[in-house]
Design a protein around this ligand. Structure first.
Ligand code: AMP
Ligand code: GLY
Length: 448
């Protein structure tokens, strides 16, 4: 079995490691954007190019004689790489261009939910010009809006009142900025609560959940500082999150399931891959923030670390439309993932600094992201450097493992010591209880 893997971050390193564990012993060929030394070690072939160029990707797939493809990032999905490969007899894990609109157009996603009466959206409006924008901002009220560029923006298209926009003038100015670039945009009601990720595998017939994950986007301890690609994440041994009720979990899963059905009906194609709902638990229940049409980064690192079933067999079952629960088995373990990032990241990252991984004790739990190798030495880039995943019976044990391991990575780096720690998790639980005005401790009393 020869598999084409698109992308070259820590997520793809985790995907490659999961594939490499398969009993079928596949050969992995990587179409990358950077030289990732971790992936290069695992790959039978490695090519750096433009993963959005359908011809270039197909050319390499044919040269390597790969019989299946797995797409990591969103940009190639938007370019229709999955459609193109499938049309050339290379079945692909990752939705077609039309189906990927669930991620690539926020207006498409919100309008789909509205059309098919799927619950979970905040109040919103789509704007293709400035007409009515000021009135809608005023209607939502100061400090109560979020403005989003409609298309993919690498996580940088969203501005939130209070965090990034400090007045109606600021807000309107951002609308003008987007409009000048010819971008349509959404204005929506600002939601308050705890964010979490629910990823499901789907072959279009069955949509099966993975354990719930909480990511941490802010750069600094205490959820302070600028937004990043994600500084780390955790899952619990019972595959739930300590601040969510059964009803919350059911509601999130239902939104993912209904959306896959609605999306396929709307587009007339079958979805093959991962649907990732980014949710917010609020005082009024579960709300949808956005969908992604792929594995999350860092979520994939937590999830694949405890995937017990054969990942290749799982992918093959998705392709033939025979996905079933027995193929989606996760170990009852907690995981904590932490990213080591260059000093100054994300605004002024210390690039080209030497990194030493030689003290790492569990290389199987190390994932390389943005590091490059020269003269047998590793150097930082402007991106997150590497991640470690601790897995154990409880979140505190997994956190301890991750913390010990990340401290063995030497160089001008920093990480968030608080991710997965009891204090931070209890603060989430308290926030949800305060929002919902729950007086007795329920979830807070349970072991992590
Ligand atoms: P998105 O790209 O849609 O995931 O948005 C990026 C981030 O902006 C999310 O992870 C949230 O932290 C925040 N965000 C997006 N939409 C909302 C909303 N309606 N209310 C509050 N925060 C939001
Ligand atoms: N965890 C955020 C993302 O993958 O988009």
């Amino acid at each position: 079995m020869k598999i084409l893997l698109l992308g070259s971050g820590a997520r793809e390193h985790a995907l490659a490691k999961a594939l490499a564990r398969s009993a079928q012993q596949p050969e992995i060929f990587c179409f990358a954007t950077t030289y990732n030394p971790g992936l290069m070690e695992l790959a039978a072939g490695y090519h750096v190019g433009d993963p959005c160029s359908r011809q270039e990707v197909l050319q390499m797939a044919q040269k390597w004689r790969t019989t299946m493809a797995l797409i990591g990032p969103e940009a190639p999905l938007e370019s229709g790489v999955a459609d193109y490969l499938a049309n050339h007899q290379i079945p692909t894990i990752g939705p077609t261009k039309a189906l990927a609109q669930i991620e690539t157009s926020k207006a498409f996603a919100r309008n789909l939910l509205k059309k098919y009466k799927i619950p979970g959206s905040p109040e919103y409006r789509v704007f293709t010009g400035l007409d009515g924008a000021q009135d809608y901002l005023k209607y939502l009220g100061n400090n109560n809006f979020v403005i989003k560029a409609n298309g993919l923006a690498g996580g940088k298209g969203v501005k939130v009142a209070g965090d990034h926009l400090h007045s109606l003038t600021d807000a309107y100015q951002y609308c003008v900025e987007l409009d000048k670039k010819g971008q349509s945009f959404l204005i929506e009601e600002k939601l308050l609560g705890q964010e979490f990720s629910l990823l499901c595998f789907t072959d279009g017939y069955s949509t099966l959940p993975m354990p719930l994950v909480q990511d941490h986007k802010r750069a600094f301890v205490g959820n302070k500082g600028p937004n990043t690609g994600g500084m780390g994440s955790y899952t619990a041994a019972n595959h739930r999150l300590p601040f969510l009720s059964n009803d919350d979990i059911r509601a999130a899963l239902q939104i993912n399931e209904l959306t896959i059905q609605a999306l396929m009906e709307e587009v007339g194609e079958r979805y093959q891959g991962v649907i990732y709902g980014g949710f917010m638990a609020t005082k009024d229940g579960i709300r949808l923030i956005e969908f992604n049409a792929r594995f999350g980064d860092p979520e994939a690192l937590n999830l694949l670390a405890i995937l017990e079933s054969d990942f290749l067999e799982l992918c093959q079952s998705i392709i033939i439309g025979k996905l079933k629960p027995a193929l989606v088995k996760f170990a009852p373990l907690a995981t904590v993932c932490k990213y080591a990032v260059p000093e100054g990241y994300p605004d002024q990252p210390a690039k080209n600094q030497v990194i030493d991984l030689s003290a790492v004790k569990r290389p199987e739990q190390l994932y390389i992201a943005g590091l490059h190798k020269m003269d047998n030495k590793l150097f930082t880039t402007a991106s997150r450097a590497a991640a470690v995943v601790g897995k154990a019976k409880s979140i505190p044990q997994a956190e301890k493992m991750a913390e010990e391991e990340i401290n063995r990575i030497k160089g001008r780096l920093f990480h968030r010591e608080d991710i997965g720690k009891n204090d931070l998790i209890q603060a989430c639980i308290r926030q949800m209880q305060a929002l919902r005005q729950i007086k007795t401790t329920t979830a807070a009393g349970e072991p992590l």
